[in-house]
Design a protein around this ligand. Structure first.
Ligand SMILES: [Zn+2]
Length: 107
C-alpha cells in the first residue's frame, strides 16, 4: 500500500532527477496542499499525512522554499487570473530567492 505522501515523494524525486539530467537549475521545492488551516479549531491539519518533503530536499541538496496550505481561495484566485492580488505570504521566501538570483545575474 502506498500512501499519498509516498507517491508524492516518488514523483518529486523523479522530477528532480530529470531536471538534473537536463541541467535545469532547481531553486528549491514548494509543497502544495501541505496542510489545511482549520476554520473551526484554528489548527493546521496535515490531511495527507506527514510530508517527506524535507527529507527529499535534503537528499538532493535543495531548500524547501514554501509549504502552501490547502486553500480554496488560492485556486479561485488562479482561475480568475487574480493570483497577484492574493494576500497570502507563503510565497514570500520564493520571491526573495528569485529576486536574489536576478540581482546576481545583473552583476
Ligand atoms: Zn480542526
Amino acid at each position: 500500500m502506498t500512501s499519498p505522501q509516498e507517491l508524492v515523494s516518488m514523483i518529486v524525486s523523479k522530477a528532480v532527477k530529470m531536471a538534473e539530467m537536463m541541467n535545469i537549475p532547481i531553486i528549491g521545492l514548494v509543497e502544495n496542499m501541505s496542510f489545511f488551516k482549520c476554520p473551526d479549531c484554528g489548527k493546521e491539519h496535515k490531511i495527507f499525512g506527514d510530508s517527506h518533503i524535507d527529507e527529499i530536499a535534503e537528499k538532493h541538496n535543495l531548500k524547501v522554499l514554501a509549504k502552501l496550505p490547502v486553500n480554496p481561495k488560492i485556486s479561485a484566485a488562479c482561475d480568475n487570473g487574480m493570483i497577484e492580488l492574493f494576500d497570502g505570504d507563503w510565497l514570500e521566501p520564493v520571491a526573495k530567492v528569485l529576486e536574489k538570483s536576478i540581482e546576481e545575474d545583473n552583476k
